[in-house]
Write a protein of this length. Sequence first.
Length: 132
Amino acid sequence: KKSLKVVQASGEKIKYLPSEVQSFVIYNTKEGDMQFESQYIKKENCFVQLIHDGPLKVYKYYFPHGYDSSVQHHYLLKSQEVHYLRLLPNKWRRQLVSYFPNSALFKKEREARQFRYHKILDLIKAYETSIS
């Protein structure tokens, strides 16, 4: 998202840019509470959804599809070693092995292909368990 619109109790609408808000939470959605953070990605500040907070933070980066403007998302990883890694649906296994060359788990996943793109969070949790 490029901005956050807040409707005050008075009905006044206020627009905030990602550079003006550090984070916000949307409570009680169908998927539970959703936390968003303002992050500097692709040369601009934007809001990304934090879906896992551990040694590897996992975010969803939402963007409009280039053809029909439907909402799409990519996963972003952030660690101390990697500023941001945007995992692409058709290259994510290769990207993980490239950025984490010492991880036997990511190498095994590249060969075995047990996880699907939408289940990356399960793989990241398994990785964190293997390094702790």
